[in-house]
Design a protein around this ligand. Sequence first.
Ligand code: COA
Length: 214
Amino acid sequence: MITIRLEKTQDHRTVEEITKLAFSYPERVERSKIGCCLEHYMVHSLREVDGINDLSFVAEIQGKIVGHIIYSNAYIQKPNGTKVNVLNFGPLSVHPQYQKQGLGTALMKHSIEIAKSLGYGAILFFGRPEYYPRFGFVEAKEFNITDCNGYNYPAFMAMELKKGYLKGVSGKFIESPIYNDDLNREQAKAFDENFGELFYIAAHSVETNGVVNT
Ligand SMILES: CC(C)(COP(=O)(O)OP(=O)(O)OC[C@H]1O[C@@H](n2cnc3c(N)ncnc32)[C@H](O)[C@@H]1OP(=O)(O)O)[C@@H](O)C(=O)NCCC(=O)NCCS
């Protein structure tokens, strides 16, 4: 059974390990140019800057953490200089041996509902256009919102949490600088060099049938 709950302080290291494991696929590591992904560093840094603790959730199976999502504060810069606050999210991570079993979906659905209940107006983010439309995301260009450089493409998506929140809000989407690889390579590499073994992953060997053994 999948349980989704708020991340606690004592989960931080485990969550960073799950994140590193989930994003250590060859294309991501190659694109990073530092020999590892940056996402475990992002999660770590978002806890200090721009991340939202009330929207940081873990997914558990039989009491063991196997997935995580965190949201962050972002905004749309309108041409007249005013800002409209929105949510961004990521990294979203599921332990590779637990992918395609509904954990990502459960994390998305739960977090969207809580974000709505907390009064947030909209979510914008960059992600896989094959995956996120099922949760209600559409291309951001439908709301006349571009990325910070003025571009649109399928991976740039948006969803209103309050109906009409993005109506008439055309402008540029500005996300936390923590997501920018170019700004964070050095710090992420240093963070990774001190990260050490994936102790949690190693200590909880995972069977392919989805049972976590302690
Ligand atoms: C993307 C991710 C979070 C999805 O979580 P998940 O628990 O595997 O997904 P679910 O079981 O809820 O959903 C499975 C569906 O998502 C699709 N899916 C899963 N990973 C996908 C991916 N990388 N690209 C496209 N579709 C993907 C599956 O094909 C499946 O589609 P179907 O329902 O039409 O068969 C997970 O694969 C992951 O952690 N990937 C590595 C990190 C990553 O890429 N994070 C997201 C960055 S945008």
